[in-house]
Ligand binder design. Structure first.
Ligand code: PMP
Length: 436
């Protein structure tokens, strides 16, 4: 048994009560009541989100922006209202939110739009994004592959050089290295708000200041922040930011790309086709202003409408309250893991940084996949593997780790059941002699 961990009496979220909103949690897995600690991979959806999508499909489903009939008008209104709600959730205006199928598409959209600008496509203002051989794209060592590989590909296509800000042993970004790295050649700085492996909130204001000082474009991966803390994208000052619906209690197949007005206006489109044009001849086409310029083809309409319900649900709890709850859950998780022999948390669990409720760890002598199966047999769902962050795992000398990640409905009991189970892993596998 791990040592008891005190709870913070000032808790503002009644996670146990919120569980009733998530029907999926009310089930047994392998004979045990489900403990879902994999919200970092995908979140569970409250009933109101499921109902909103079904209700739209049952009652008002229709093609948006084109039909002359009543249902089409209603669908369009619901869809554009959803844009306003989701944009508002991240502090933005509706015209600054582009729908995408998820964060991966949103980040690729930006990289391909810059590629198009490099090829001379777009309005005259697009030229400011063009990359030349020797220009630099700066990422961090902590990126999810979705905010790394598109930049590798862009660098390969344009002759730009990809550089990275290293992660320190404690899991924080080496900001001295960042200051030395970001210079006159830097054209893009792409970084994650919160690492999906470490759970640490990165110093966005400092990164934006460094990038702005040299006129570089900032692109933020907000997948692991938007669901868990109050995020005001305009106030953070980033040029572009991507987030994912399915990680913020919303449906699959929808996400957002936020962009500052002048950036969205000047970026050339990536995907082209229907719904994003003004005039079309056999030879050429003119494009609508943003956000429609970036929304070629049929959009994830029912998903966007349900995502707005997820944003309203989180707003109803209060994003500061969500963060306070998940920070406290994260503290319990880290304190408990740190106290178990043979468990090594990636990064310093005691580092004085802001976090979300997420931690990755290695158990000495036991493969992450075995740990995952051991926990699954006890009804506990975690993620194992490299979590699409291979370079960060390599930096910590690992190929895989176990990740536990929380949500609004995660209770102290969930964490305690998880910690008790982890404490029994090494003896079960006869690995007590191994060192981390
Ligand atoms: N970035 C981070 C930090 C993530 O955790 C994920 C999801 N694993 C992504 C990007 C990709 O998001 P999506 O699933 O919406 O493409």
């Amino acid at each position: 048994m791990s040592a008891p961990i005190a709870s913070d009496p000032a808790r503002v979220v009644d996670a146990a009560a919120l569980r009733a909103d998530f029907p999926i949690l009310d089930q047994s897995v392998n004979g045990e009541s489900l403990v879902y600690l994999d919200s970092g991979a995908t979140s569970q959806k409250p009933q109101v989100v499921l109902d909103t999508e079904i209700d739209f499909l049952t009652r008002a489903n229709s093609a948006v922006h084109r039909g002359a009939h009543t249902l089409a008008a209603e669908a369009t209104e619901l869809f554009e209202d959803a844009r306003e709600t989701v944009a508002g959730f991240v502090g933005a205006e509706p015209e600054n939110l582009v729908w995408a199928s998820g964060a991966t598409l949103a980040l690729n959209l930006v990289a391909y739009a810059i590629d198009n600008a490099t090829a001379g496509r777009g309005a005259p203002a697009s030229a400011r994004f063009a990359l030349r051989a020797g220009d630099e794209i700066v990422v961090t060592e902590a990126e999810h592959h979705a905010n790394l590989i598109p930049w590798q590909e862009l660098a390969a296509r344009t002759g730009a050089v990809l550089r990275h800000i290293p992660v320190r042993d404690d899991g924080t970004l080496d900001m001295d290295a960042a200051a030395a790295l970001i210079g006159e050649r830097t054209k893009v700085v792409a970084f994650t708000h919160v690492s999906n492996v470490l759970g640490i909130v990165n110093p966005v204001a400092d990164l934006v200041a460094l990038a702005r000082a040299v006129g570089a474009l900032t692109v933020m991966d907000a997948c692991q922040s938007v669901p868990h803390l109050a995020v005001d994208l305009p106030a953070l000052g980033v040029d572009l930011a991507a987030f994912s619906g399915h990680k913020m209690l919303g449906p699959y197949g929808v996400g957002g790309l936020y962009g500052r007005t002048e950036v969205l206006e000047a970026l050339p489109p990536f995907l082209t086709g229907g719904s994003m044009v003004t005039t079309v001849t056999l030879d050429e086409a003119g494009f609508l202003p943003a956000p429609q310029k970036f929304e070629a083809g049929t959009q994830p309409v029912s998903q966007a409408i349900a995502l707005a319900a997820a944003a309203r649900y989180l707003d109803g709890i209060g994003t500061d309250a969500v963060h306070a709850h998940e920070r406290e859950i994260g503290r319990r998780l880290l304190t408990g893991l740190d106290a178990i022999d043979g468990v090594r948390v990636l990064g310093d669990p005691g580092a004085d940084v802001d976090r979300v409720g997420l931690a990755s760890f290695d158990v000495a002598g036991v493969h992450a996949h075995d740990v995952g199966q051991f926990l699954d047999a006890r009804g506990i769902a975690v993620r194992v593997g490299h979590h699409c962050a291979k370079p960060l795992h390599a930096r910590f000398g690992l190929t895989a780790s176990v990740r536990a990640s929380a949500s609004v409905f995660t209770t102290d009991d969930d964490i305690d059941r998880f910690l008790d189970a982890v404490a029994g892993v090494r003896s079960y596998f006869g690995a007590e002699g191994a060192t981390a």
